[in-house]
Design a protein around this ligand. Structure first.
Ligand code: FAD
Ligand code: NAD
Length: 397
């Protein structure tokens, strides 16, 4: 009989933490571990708003899997997963042969939630992966370069619309307020010819977050030129901009949608019950009814004691991956799995260089101290992935 096969799908926070935990503790003769990811690198999703705005080179948000994986213990396959066949215990790939598993760990992240809004998928940009954010940056820089070169001069401002003022929207807008003045200078465009509009459906920016921190963020960003349109859902997106509820149009050649996420469609397609694409996992992070299908990260759904779903975060995915690695080891060694409990350490959101807001424990943080902690979190992530060597490498960039 061969070794038990563990197949981990996705080199995101959840998948990589599972692999790192396994490779640290697994003996070579205990299991065959395979990681599948569509790129030969991990992208640091929590930093993607920075390369998207061009305030940071994309290299800062990219980690080569060679710096993380121990190839003696983990086999890596670069391919795209196209199907999870839970009945036959197989994973189908775009290029390679199907992979059989004894245990599969699903960590393929989320997909943008578009709520069926007409034209969004075709016309908007998404802060989703490294290639996507490089495209946003290129497109934005092209618009600035083109502004004074238009054949027909008009007074129409260069308008960037960000749809959604959740954490992704706010962090991205925070980077843009830093970047836009530089672009204006570089391309000789008066600052008042550039509009940055953040449209939010809910009655407040960062719905559900602490009011004092939200007020701080709004004031900070408004002082730097952001126009917030709250209580105003986007109802359509066209090649010329967005249409708001009530019919108002905002002309824009760059609409970035940050209106939320849903689970990865492959789970629904596998016949597993989902809510907005996410699977309500049991206390061992398994899909209900399947003892061999584990789900970590944005595609998993866990409720808190008040029966409210935890938001999908890197913090959650990381803790799940670390916990699952231990449980898989227990399974392999004939031991017992332990139930997963999420421990919220805090929430921090950047507002650009040197500014952030957040809550750590019961303490509210504003400005530079919050910003420092946010950066420290990034360094900690590099340390967790590849030790002091990777952390120093990224800090030196
Ligand atoms: P991901 O990290 O998204 O990784 C999924 C992996 O699967 C990727 O490597 C992808 O390439 C791969 N993949 C996907 N589909 C396929 C396929 N079909 N075949 C092969 N490979 C595939 N959370 C926090 O806790 N703190 C923060 O500060 C924070 N900041 C954020 C900032 C931004 C701009 C964004 C967008 C999100 C932020 N989040 C933050 C949320 C956090 O990034 C996500 O919750 C987290 O990335 C989810 O991890 P994951 O493991 O589920 O998937
Ligand atoms: P989100 O769901 O948190 O926010 C989306 C926002 O878009 C909401 O405020 C929603 O009301 C708004 N919206 C929805 N439909 C709209 C419409 N038609 N028009 C205008 N606005 C609309 O999604 P997100 O910001 O992408 O975040 C995804 C997940 O990642 C969340 O769980 C979040 O907590 C996490 N995240 C965390 C951080 C951090 O901790 N610093 C940063 C980014 C993301």
């Amino acid at each position: 009989m061969g070794l038990p096969k563990i197949v981990v799908l996705g080199a995101g926070y959840g998948g990589l933490m599972t692999v790192v935990g396994l490779q640290k503790q697994l003996n070579m003769a205990e299991a065959e571990v395979t990681l599948v990811n569509q790129n030969p690198y991990h992208y640091v999703t929590t930093k993607l708003h920075e390369p998207a705005a061009g305030t940071l080179d994309s290299e800062h948000a990219r980690v080569s899997l060679d710096d993380v994986i121990n190839r003696d213990k983990v086999k890596f396959i670069q391919d795209r997963v196209t199907k999870l066949d839970v009945e036959n215990k197989q994973v189908h790939l775009e290029e390679g042969e199907p992979l059989s598993y004894d245990y599969v760990v699903f960590g393929l992240g989320s997909a943008p939630e578009t709520f069926g809004i007409k034209g969004l998928l075709e016309n908007a940009y998404f802060i989703r992966n490294l290639d996507g954010v490089r495209l946003i940056r290129e497109h934005m820089e092209h618009l600035f370069a083109q502004y004074n070169n238009r054949e027909e001069k008009s007074d129409e401002p260069l308008t960037i619309v960000v749809g959604g003022a959740g954490f992704t929207g706010i962090e991205y807008v925070g980077e843009l307020v830093d970047r836009i003045p530089h672009l204006c200078k570089q391309f000789d465009i008066p600052r008042d010819k550039v509009r940055l509009v953040n449209v939010e459906a809910a009655p407040t920016v960062l719905p559900g977050f602490d009011k004092e921190l939200v007020d701080y963020a709004v004031q900070y960003l408004e002082e730097r030129g952001v126009e917030f349109r709250i209580n105003t859902p986007i109802e359509e997106c066209t090649s010329e901009g967005v249409v708001l509820k009530g019919g108002e149009k905002i002309q824009s050649s760059l609409v970035v949608w940050t209106g939320g996420v849903r689970g990865n469609a492959l789970l629904e397609e596998a016949g597993i019950e989902t809510m907005r694409g996410r699977v309500k996992v049991d206390e061992y992070l398994r899909a209900p009814g399947y003892e061999d299908v584990f789900i970590v990260g944005d595609s998993s759904l866990i409720f808190n004691e008040e029966e409210r779903p935890y938001p999908p975060t890197a913090q959650m995915a990381t803790q799940q991956g670390q916990h699952l690695a231990k449980n898989l080891l227990a399974l392999l060694r004939g031991g017992e799995m332990k139930p997963f409990r999420f421990e919220l350490k805090g929430t921090l959101a950047s507002l650009g260089r040197g500014a952030a807001i957040g809550i750590v424990g019961k303490k509210k943080l504003f400005g530079k101290p919050a910003s420092f902690l946010k950066r420290a979190n990034d360094w900690r992530w590099f340390f967790q992935l590849g030790g002091i060597g990777l952390m120093m490498k990224k800090m030196k960039l």
